[in-house]
Design a protein around this ligand. Structure first.
Ligand code: IPD
Ligand code: CA
Ligand code: CA
Length: 264
């Protein structure tokens, strides 16, 4: 399938960094048995992937700004374009050898995300979206699931881990939703949770306290697949609040109606 030059640049960069992460994942299996564990090795793998992505993207589009999880913001001469990159989303999974992690690359023009690529090298699943041009998984066009009743839906969430977020709120959210849905899931890579909603595998997803690099590419995927994405408390932009909720129009509304009052 033919994609734009921009998408080709993003895909090439994601695949190269993906090869590096795949090699490192193999090494992690050896390190698991050591007392110290692979944690330091993983942060090096993460930084290495980000440097590769920066090098490839900066070479193809000199002047664009770059925000990466590891290296922070790097200004460019072109103030209207910024890459938003998570070189390894799902670090805990990666560290444990669980093949649910991804490279996430988004391009923001002014305040709008115009393209997103998410690549899981462990499954070789490549998600692509460009504004107004649809969303794709390995060249198959994506559409969000059409289910209308929560009782038929599989919904994913994020659970704050040790030292992070509001654990009590998270338990209240689960208590409200658990009895109303076909299944709750916690996969551990926000970019792929969003991509799974775009692919119709999940009917909805919500999570709090995320960063722009966790969400930017996934959000455009969901929207280009016909879904609705917003902040949880307001109809506003999750990139500003860090809280995201999504699904088809009906499921987005049903989830929001249940979750919103919990923090009111
Ligand atoms: C994390 C993952 C996880 C989410 C965390 C994120 P990282 O990103 O997306 O699913 O629950 O809040 O920080 O640290 O693996 O890049
Ligand atoms: Ca992340
Ligand atoms: Ca990360």
């Amino acid at each position: 399938m033919l994609h734009s030059a921009l998408i080709n640049v993003m895909v090439k960069a994601a695949r190269r960094a993906g090869r590096s992460l795949s090699r490192d994942l193999g090494e992690i299996e050896n390190l698991q048995v050591s007392l110290k564990g692979p944690a330091n090795f993983v942060s090096a793998a993460d930084r290495r992937a980000e440097e590769m992505l920066y090098a490839d993207l900066a070479k193809a589009r000199p002047g664009y700004g770059f925000i990466g999880e590891e290296g922070g913001r790097r200004e460019g001469a072109d103030k209207s374009h910024t890459w938003i990159v998570d070189p390894l989303d799902g670090t805990t999974n990666f560290l444990h050898g669980i093949p649910q992690f991804a490279i996430s690359i988004a391009l923001q023009r002014e305040d709008t995300v115009v393209a997103g690529v998410i690549y899981n090298p462990a499954t070789d699943e490549l998600y692509i979206a460009e504004r107004g041009k649809g969303a794709f998984l390995n060249d198959q066009r994506l559409r969000v699931a059409a289910r209308k009743e929560l009782k038929d839906c599989v919904i994913a969430c994020g659970l704050p881990h040790i030292g992070r977020g509001d654990h009590e709120l998270s338990r209240r959210e689960m208590a409200e939703l658990q009895p109303r849905v076909a299944g709750l899931r916690r996969f551990g890579a926000a970019s792929l949770d969003l991509a799974f909603v775009a692919a119709g595998r999940l009917d909805g997803y919500w999570e709090r306290n995320l960063k722009p690099w966790d969400m930017a590419a996934g959000m455009i995927l969901v929207r280009e697949a016909g879904g609705v994405v917003s902040d949880i408390q307001t109809p506003g932009d999750p990139l500003l609040s860090g809280d995201v909720i999504c699904g088809n129009e009906i499921i987005h509304a049903s989830l929001t109606k249940i979750l919103r009052p919990l923090t009111a």
